[in-house]
Design a protein around this ligand. Structure first.
Ligand code: 13P
Length: 248
C-alpha cells in the first residue's frame, strides 16, 4: 500500500500571527497520523514555518523553485535555498504558475529535475481546463504535461516524484471532480508511468487537488489510485485540514 500524503498549499495567503496559530492548530491535532502531512508555504514564511514544524509530524514545502542553480536570476529562489530552510517538498507546475506566469511543460520538467537533484520531492501538478475537458482533451493534455517530465526521468528519478492531478476547473471553485472522474484520470496517469517502469509506477503517489474538503475527502481518497490530496482553501483552517488528514 502506498502511504497517503495530505499537503496543504497555502498559496499567497498568511501572515506571521495567522501562520503561528494555524500551525499550532494543525500540530496539536496530529497524533501519529497514518499518512504524511505537509504544508507548502510562501517563501517569506519558510523560516517561521521551519522552526514551528521541526520535530512535528508536519513536513515543510515551498510552492515553486527556480530551474537554475544560482546566479543572476532576480526574484528567483533556488532548490538549495529551500533545502536550507528545511523544505522536503516543492510544488512544481501548479496551474496558477502555468497560467499567470506562462510556465511551459519544458520549464516544469526542468524544475522537476532540479528539485530531484537537490534532494527535494517535487509535487508535479497536471490538469486540464474546463474548455479542454469539454473538448474531450483531458487525456491528451495530461499526457502532454506528463510526457515532458517523463522524458527527463529514468526509473530511479520516477520514484522520487509525487504527481498531483488538479483539474483547473475544480481549483478554488467549489466544483470537485467526482471520485469516478478523478479515478479515471489517476488510472491513466498510473498507466503512463507504468509504461516507463512498472515497479516505479506502483510507488508514485498521485494526489488529487481541486476543492477537496472535509465533506468530499473520504470518497475521493477511497479510490484505488488517489493517494492523497493537495489542498488549497481547506488547508487554511486547521479543523478542515485535520479532517482531511483524518479521512486519509
Ligand atoms: P482548492 O483546494 O482551494 O481548490 O485549491 C486546490 C489547489 O490548487 C491546491 O494546489
Amino acid at each position: 500500500m502506498r502511504r497517503k500524503l495530505v499537503a496543504g498549499n497555502w498559496k499567497m495567503n498568511g501572515n506571521l500571527a495567522g501562520n503561528a496559530a494555524l500551525l499550532e492548530g494543525i500540530k496539536s491535532g496530529l497524533d501519529n497520523p497514518r499518512c504524511d502531512v505537509a504544508v507548502c508555504v510562501p517563501y517569506p514564511y519558510l523560516a517561521q514555518c521551519q522552526s514551528a514544524s521541526t520535530g512535528s509530524f508536519v513536513a515543510l514545502g515551498a510552492q515553486d523553485l527556480s530551474a537554475q542553480e544560482s546566479g543572476a536570476y532576480t526574484g528567483e529562489v533556488s532548490a538549495t535555498m529551500l533545502r536550507e530552510f528545511g523544505c522536503h517538498y516543492v510544488i512544481v507546475g501548479h496551474s496558477e504558475r502555468r497560467t499567470y506566469h506562462g510556465e511551459s511543460d519544458e520549464l516544469v520538467a526542468r524544475k522537476t529535475v532540479r528539485a530531484i537533484e537537490s534532494g527535494l520531492v517535487p509535487i508535479v501538478c497536471v490538469g486540464e481546463t474546463l474548455a479542454e475537458r469539454e473538448a474531450g482533451q483531458t487525456d491528451a493534455v495530461v499526457r502532454r504535461q506528463m510526457d515532458a517530465v517523463l522524458a527527463k526521468l529514468d526509473a530511479a528519478g520516477l520514484v522520487k516524484i509525487v504527481i498531483a492531478y488538479e483539474p483547473v476547473w475544480a481549483i478554488g471553485t467549489g466544483k470537485t471532480a467526482t471520485p469516478e472522474m478523478a479515478q479515471e484520470v489517476h488510472a491513466a496517469i498510473r498507466a503512463r508511468l507504468a509504461a516507463v517502469d512498472r515497479d516505479a509506477a506502483a510507488k508514485v503517489p498521485i494526489l488529487y487537488g481541486g476543492s477537496m474538503k472535509p465533506d468530499n475527502a473520504k470518497e475521493l481518497l477511497a479510490m484505488a489510485d488517489i493517494d492523497g490530496g493537495l489542498i488549497g482553501g481547506a488547508s487554511l483552517k486547521a479543523a478542515d485540514f485535520l479532517a482531511i488528514v483524518k479521512a486519509a
